[in-house]
Design a protein around this ligand. Structure first.
Ligand code: NAD
Ligand code: LMR
Length: 326
């Protein structure tokens, strides 16, 4: 057996965590041969509720779980962690956009960025789930930059990616595993751009399999608005699917994506005309515990306009929290 790794989950008493923690503990994120020490962070008011989750983890008798450490102290939560899943934040309600949460949630991520720099393993891989996820990842990384590389901070676009390949596969009468080279660009928000132009289904170009009108008028808005549709239907935001996407994101980052493209929110570096300074959804391939942005894809005028719109929104979000960037 490998030595245990420390994994931190924040918002551990919340609804996403109630699915996420159990799937991590079962070995679905880092493999069935990877023992774990789970660090579970929530706020003091939620510690009693968190105790219930801890009891349930114990009661599952997961062979991989060596220890479960509940805490309300960020530095204790991140001590020695190689993986940090930053879920804890307020969710939006009906009629809100995710960026309406900026004010409520931004401070959480500046404090947690500092705590990660102070306490986490120097190679920690960070996934930000709490909304608005891209800008919260930016805040955390800027507050950790004295010790940690910006590449270590990523935001979750994988839920949008999974939603999109589900819609596309259903439209084409195919399986999700038949869809390749798909990407969601930009912000995890209603300006995101789910891009079919490079995608294939069973090796055939997706753009030739669906009508342009369906792509622009049905597919793109359905994926962009899926979170709001779930909030309307459930009266609460997505949880099990968000947890599944978080598992997929970190699984692939840690263990590889087998050559497949996955959508990850990563530090913009000037590629595709997106200047440094935001966390942007991009096509990535993961290998050897690292990820690389897929480079030099041709972008038509429609794609360029969509990338520019979501970039503009991210820069506005950045301007609104500039004072928290460390
Ligand atoms: P929830 O309200 O059920 O749980 C949030 C938990 O975070 C609560 O237990 C709360 O006490 C805790 N928390 C609040 N402040 C904290 C802090 N400073 N440190 C640690 N914990 C803290 O919410 P949820 O449904 O689990 O959603 C969590 C976040 O994830 C929301 O912001 C939601 O919008 C977001 N989300 C993102 C995606 C995505 O694709 N990126 C998908 C779904 C949900
Ligand atoms: C989602 O996409 O389901 C989450 O970001 C929750 C939300 O506010 O839509």
């Amino acid at each position: 057996m490998k030595p245990p790794v420390h994994v931190a989950v924040t918002g551990a008493a919340g609804q996403i965590a109630y699915s996420l923690i159990f799937r991590i503990a079962a070995g679905e994120m880092l493999g069935k041969d990877q023992p774990l020490i789970l660090h579970l962070l929530d706020i003091p008011e939620a510690i009693d509720k968190l105790a219930g989750t801890v009891m349930e983890v114990q009661d599952c008798a997961f062979p991989l779980v060596r220890e479960v450490l509940p805490t309300a102290e960020p530095e204790a939560a991140f001590a020695g962690c190689r993986y940090a899943l930053l879920v804890g934040a307020r969710p939006r309600g009906p009629g809100m956009e995710r960026k309406d949460l900026l004010e409520a949630n931004a401070r959480i991520f500046s404090a947690q960025g500092k705590a990660l720099a102070a306490a986490a393993d120097p190679g920690v891989k960070v996934l930000v789930v709490g909304n608005p996820a891209n800008t919260n990842a930016l805040i955390a990384r800027e507050n950790a930059k004295a010790k940690l590389d910006p590449r270590q901070f990523t935001a979750m676009l994988r839920l949008d990616h999974n939603r999109a390949i589900g819609q596309l596969a259903a439209k084409c009468g195919a399986q999700v595993s038949d869809v390749e080279k798909f990407v969601v660009w930009g912000n995890h928000s209603s300006t995101q751009y789910p891009d079919l132009s490079h995608a294939t289904v069973k090796g055939r170009p997706a753009a030739g399999l669906v009508e342009r009108e369906w792509y622009e008028k049905t597919f793109i808005p359905t994926v962009q608005q899926r979170g709001a549709a779930i909030i309307k239907a459930r009266g609460a935001s997505s949880a099990a699917s968000a947890a599944a996407a978080a598992i997929d994101h970190l699984h692939d980052w840690a263990l590889g994506s087998d050559g497949r493209w996955v959508s990850m929110g990563v530090a913009s570096d000037g590629g595709y005309g997106i200047k440094p300074g935001v966390v942007f959804g991009c096509p990535c391939v993961c290998k050897g515990g690292d990820y690389q942005i897929v480079r030099d894809l041709p972008l038509d005028a429609f794609s360029r306009q969509r990338l520019s719109a979501t970039d503009t929104e991210l820069r506005e979000e950045r301007a609104a929290i500039e004072s928290l960037l460390g």
